[in-house]
Design a protein around this ligand. Structure first.
Ligand SMILES: [Zn+2]
Length: 390
């Protein structure tokens, strides 16, 4: 299995490189035009149709091929999107380039085909000089360069699982050894709400200016929150690596549809819930885990918040905030910890670790009064929610 990562740094581009980036943009647009004209969108047919016609730009063949490859990617997205939505004809606006042929590192410089040298900083050099690493490609914009690299990893056989529950204000993880990890993310929510308020203040009735301002604040907000998420996901993956655990996440794809306009919710509530960076968190966990060779499973999110992690019965809200109570087993638990336990028990079913009882290790044994509790709770303490029907 090949795991891929990217490292980014800022750099001052030389004038020749800026010209090349502009040519690259024009080549991508020319190739998109040819693809739309001839209805050829696959990489191979687009290469045959446009490779010779791009010679007028006078760039090296490596850049030409990469421009065609990017155009093929854009056309593929366009083709998929235009089946469902009305979308504009694609057009590449920003100068920049991606090159995957002949990217080398010599001394402390990155060398691109055509004799372009870019001085790399110490951090990037340290990352790229790790053993068993292959440089894959470089992506350049007017101010930043990203170098993508990969390594061959072997999927480890985990000794346990780590169930991760992503929430708006924290990320809670419970592992099959009985440890609970909680990382506070309330600062992310705070930064996002303050930037949302700032953007909402601009009342200029001009969508171009509004878009520019929203873009600027979005960028600032991303820069301020990204490192907090990176810290949290790094700690989670480090914990999983040292204890050799697999990771289980909820598959909450499509959750944004619950908070759309017209669903009868207020704009404040929708804004709050839609600023939740659950996808970014899942992405970071997935790529960091695959770099370490740890398996990641995505489990069905149904009932993870509402079910008791001991007996599988429905929980009710208790008087304390964010605490749930299970009436049959009279069990009080933090709602995030309960959800993480449910994710863990669902994740354990993916692995061949055997005992699903491990998921409830450390839980108090519930007291069941026969005849008083209903039939479901009299199944006993070891019964798991959502047992697979075989
Ligand atoms: Zn219970």
């Amino acid at each position: 299995m090949e795991a891929v990562k990217t490292v980014v740094q800022y750099y001052p581009p030389e004038p020749g490189l800026l010209d090349l980036m502009e040519h690259f943009r024009q080549m991508v647009n020319a190739s998109i035009g040819i693809g739309l004209e001839t209805a050829k969108t696959s990489l191979k047919s687009l290469s045959i149709a446009s490779y010779h016609r791009l010679k007028i730009f006078g760039t090296r063949s490596e850049y030409r091929l990469c421009a065609i490859s990017r155009a093929a990617g854009i056309l593929k997205n366009y083709r998929n999107l235009s089946k469902k939505h009305r979308v504009r004809v694609p057009y590449c606006r920003r100068a920049g380039l991606t090159i995957c042929y002949g990217v080398k590192i010599k001394d402390d410089e990155l060398i691109l085909p055509g004799g372009f040298h870019i001085i790399l900083n110490n951090y990037v050099l340290r990352v790229l000089r790790q053993p068993n690493i292959r440089i894959r490609s470089a992506t350049l914009t007017g101010s930043r360069i990203g170098v993508s690299f990969s390594k061959e990893t072997r999927l480890l056989h985990p000794k346990g699982m780590l169930g991760i529950d992503r929430n708006l204000n924290n990320v809670t993880a419970v592992d099959s050894l009985g440890n609970t990890l909680i990382h506070d993310l309330s600062r992310v929510t705070l930064i996002k709400s303050s930037s949302r308020r700032t953007v909402a203040k601009f009342k200029r009735d001009d969508h171009r200016i509004r878009r520019r301002i929203a873009g600027k604040y979005g960028r600032i907000q991303r820069n301020r929150t990204r490192w907090i998420l990176h810290n949290a996901t790094k700690k989670l993956v480090d914990h999983a690596r040292t204890n050799s655990l697999g990771l289980a996440l909820e598959n909450i794809k499509g959750i944004r549809r619950l908070y759309q306009k017209g669903n009868g919710q207020g704009s404040y509530y929708r804004g709050r819930l839609n600023s939740w960076s659950f996808h970014e968190m899942g992405r970071q966990v997935s790529y960091k885990a695959s770099w370490e060779g740890l398996p990641v499973v995505h489990v069905n999110p149904k009932g993870t918040t509402s079910k008791c992690s001991v007996c599988g019965d429905r929980m009710v809200f208790s008087k304390e905030s964010r605490t749930l109570q299970c009436p049959p087993c009279n069990y009080y638990v933090d709602r995030d910890v309960n959800a993480a336990r449910n994710v863990l028990s669902a994740g354990l079913r993916f692995s061949l670790l055997g005992l699903s009882d491990e998921a409830v290790k450390g839980n108090p044994t519930p007291v069941v009064i026969p005849g008083v509790d209903d039939s479901q709770s009299s199944l006993g303490s070891g019964a798991q929610p959502e047992q697979p029907k075989t």
